[in-house]
Design a protein around this ligand. Structure first.
Ligand code: ZN
Length: 220
């Protein structure tokens, strides 16, 4: 097994771009793996590709558009109006069931083919937007399942699991990519890069974290 290489699940957003640069400090060779699942904000695939180029890592794109036909959710179905806030007691309709399960499973197969056992994902339990597949227990459980499924010793790294969005901005700053992430990444569900549309749940979360980080910084 190659311990010098890793596969980063990469969408071109704030979290996965921070993880990409984090991975570059830990591994000699980094692969960025991006998924196309007919997301309305499909521009993220193009943006991910150019960010990977800038980071000088190998970029791969996987087309898993079949996912869009499996469920009705507001990220892949244009007839579903996006929830602006998380409804009480239920999952927001931006939740794509099985998304991280599919992504990580495909990434593990991709990694195994290259004799790599390290995977990196930007999921966070702290700011998990109500998505169950961003929680630590799910990741640990899937890690065991992947090992059993392929008789391997995968290690799923989650550098953002226990930090909030403000701390994710701090990490980007520490890695020397604060401006790059602020201006060039795409987190917005409506496909607006940088500071985004400001209204969708992803933008709200990102902006709150940014404002918190900037105000903590200005107090120093
Ligand atoms: Zn937005």
């Amino acid at each position: 097994m190659n311990n010098d290489a890793t596969v980063v699940l990469f969408s071109g957003g704030q979290d996965s771009t921070t993880c990409l640069y984090w991975a570059k400090t830990k591994f000699k060779k980094v692969y960025a793996l991006c998924f196309y699942y007919e997301q309305k904000h499909a521009r993220e695939v193009e943006i991910a590709c150019s960010l990977a180029e800038e980071a000088e890592v190998e970029f791969h794109q996987m087309d898993i558009s079949f996912m869009a036909g499996l469920t009705r959710n507001s990220l892949t179905d244009s007839s579903v109006r996006m929830d602006e806030d998380k409804p009480d007691g239920s999952l927001p309709n931006t939740f794509v069931p099985g998304r991280n399960l599919f992504f990580l499973t495909i990434a593990a197969v991709f990694a195994r083919e290259r004799k790599i056992n390290h995977l990196v994902t930007g999921v966070s339990q702290t700011d998990f937007s109500g998505y169950p597949d961003c929680r630590d227990l799910f990741i640990k459980s899937l890690n065991v399942t992947l090992n059993l499924a392929m008789e391997e010793q995968f290690v799923i790294h989650t550098p953002l699991m226990w930090i909030d969005k403000a701390e994710t901005w701090a990490l980007a700053d520490l890695l020397g990519v604060f401006e790059l992430i602020r201006n060039n990444t795409l987190t917005c569900y409506k496909g607006v890069p940088g500071d985004g549309c400001g209204k969708c749940p992803a933008c709200k979360l990102r902006r709150e974290g940014l404002n918190k980080y900037l105000s903590l910084n200005s107090e120093k």
